[in-house]
Design a protein around this ligand. Sequence first.
Ligand code: ZN
Length: 452
Amino acid sequence: MPFPSLADLATSGVPADGFPTVDELRDDLMELSRAHPDRITASVIGRSRLGDPIHLFTIVGGERSVVVAAGVHPNEPIGFRTVQHLARVLIADPDTFGFDATWHLVPCIDPDGTRLNEGWFAAPLRRDDYYRGFYRPAPDEQVEWSFPFSYRGFGFDAPIPETSALMELFDRVRPDVFVGLHNGEFGGVYFYTNEADAVLARELSAIPARFGLPLDVGEPEIAGLDLLADAVFRAPLTREQIDRRIALGLAEPRAGGAGTADYLERFGTTTMIAELPYWCHPDAADTTDTGTSYRAVLTAKAAALQELHDVMTGILDGVRGDMTIDSPFRRASEAFAPGMGSVAAAERVRIASPETDRPATVAEVFGNAEVVRTFRLRFGGILRRALAAEVHAGTASPSVRAALTALTARWEDWLAADPHAQLAPAPLNALVGVQLAALFATVRRRVAEDAE
Ligand SMILES: [Zn+2]
C-alpha cells in the first residue's frame, strides 16, 4: 500500500491553532470510541498522582505493536492534536498502510501537569501567554524521565504513577515502535531516534520541508550527540550520558531517572521523537558563519545561565523557611534552580576545549541566545507561580510577597526584551503533519527492517 500522501496527513480537519484541554481531549476520544466501538476501544491504564484516570485507546490492526503517548511533557500539547487526528486516520483504515500493527494511543499521560498549562491553550498562541502559564515538572516528576535505573553509583527507584502505568503497558504489549509526542518551542524541527539508522534519519530530515517548516541545525539540546542526518540525533541512553559526564569531570548527582528508550531496550523497541516549534525562525536553519566566535557565544550563555541560577537560588534560600505549600511549581523551582547552575558549569567545560575556537554559525548564535531567553521565562516563571500560590492561598509572609514583587519585575523585563514577542505561530496542521509523517516513516522503516 502506498505511503500516505501529505494531503492525508495535514488535513483540513486539524485546526490551525489552539489545543484541547485534558477534558476536551478525553471527551473527544471517548466519543470517537462510542461512535466506532468495532474499531477503537477505551481502557484505563492507571491514575495520575492526583487520581485522574489515564486512558488508553486501542485500534487493533495486526500483530505488530505501536505505542504512541502524548502529553509526555505537559507543556507540549501539539501531540494532543496529533493523537486526535491519528485515531481518525486509523479508524478509517485499521491496517493503515499495510503496517500490520495494533495501535495503542495514550492521549494524555500527564493530566495533572497538563492542567497547569491549560491557561495558554486557547487560540491564538502567544509567547506572552505561553510563558505566563508555563509549567514543566521537576525532572523526577517527568513521565519519560523517571524510569528506574542503577549505574556507576547513580540510580533512581521512584517512578511516578504515570511512568508505572506506561511501564505496565510496555510490559504487556512489548512495543515494536514507541513514539512519545514531544515538541520544542522555537526555531525549527529536529528529531531523535534510538536507532543509528541512516536511512530513517535521511527520511526524517526531509519531512519538515514538505510541510513548509525549517529544520533546526543550531546548538543541540545536549552536547556530544551523534548526528545521523541534518537535525536528526541518536537519542543517548542514560548510561552513555553518565559516562560522558564522568569523563568530563561533571559527576554531580544526576536528577531524575532513566528514559523511555532505556526501559524499552529490553524489547528491542524503535523510538523516535519529533521536536516541533510553536514559532519558526529562519535563523535556526542558517549555517552561515558569523563574525562572532563560538567560544564567546558559549561564554555569554554560561554567564547568563549562572546569573539565572543565582537569582532563583537567592530567592529560594530567602523564602524556603516561610513557604508552606508543596506545589508542583515549588518542587520544579527547587530542581531547576540548581539545574541552571549545572548547565552553566557544563558550558564552562566546553568553553575551555579547543573545539570551540571557531566562528559560530547564525543558527548557533540564535539557538544559544534563545536557550537563555526561554530558560529565564520558563523557570523564572515557574518560581513566580510557586510564590504566587502562597499569596493566593493567604499563606505568604512579607518576605514571600517581597520576593514575588521583585521576581515579577525582573521577569517582566526579561519578557519585554524578547525580540520575537509578536511572532505568529507555525500552522498547527503542518506541525501535526510532520509528527504523523515522522511516526509513519519510523513504523514503515521498522516493517522493512523486520522483513530483511
Ligand atoms: Zn519534551
